[in-house]
Design a protein around this ligand. Sequence first.
Ligand SMILES: [Zn+2]
Length: 139
Amino acid sequence: MANSKPVMSMYDAPMWESIGRHRLELQTCSRCARFRYPPAPICANCLSLDYRWHPIAGRGTILSWVIFHRQYFDDHVPPYNVVAVQIEEGPIILSNLVGPVPEGSWIGAEVEFCYGEHAGRMQHQVRLREHSSIAAESA
Ligand SMILES: [Zn+2]
């Protein structure tokens, strides 16, 4: 077994650098302005090759979640969660929910991005937003 490694192509490196600054930036298409994730050479909407990097607002909603009970990497000791978060800008990003967790289903919980060190590198995470209705129910 080994530690997990981030994908680090020429398209991913600027995103990881922004994560290191605690401000997640994603590609946006220079032609149609759609946010692009994961980083890619071409816009899936209009096929433009042009893009810029823009910070996201840092808010989203959990679409799905899972708790892993089996170990696949040395640096991910079970149990740990993975959440699929649809950010306000549209893309769906996989992350980890840290801090308090909702009781019952996590689907629909409103989250905000935060950052934490993992295996020697900065990584994005999400935590429940204060006013999330699901968070309020579990309080
Ligand atoms: Zn486009």
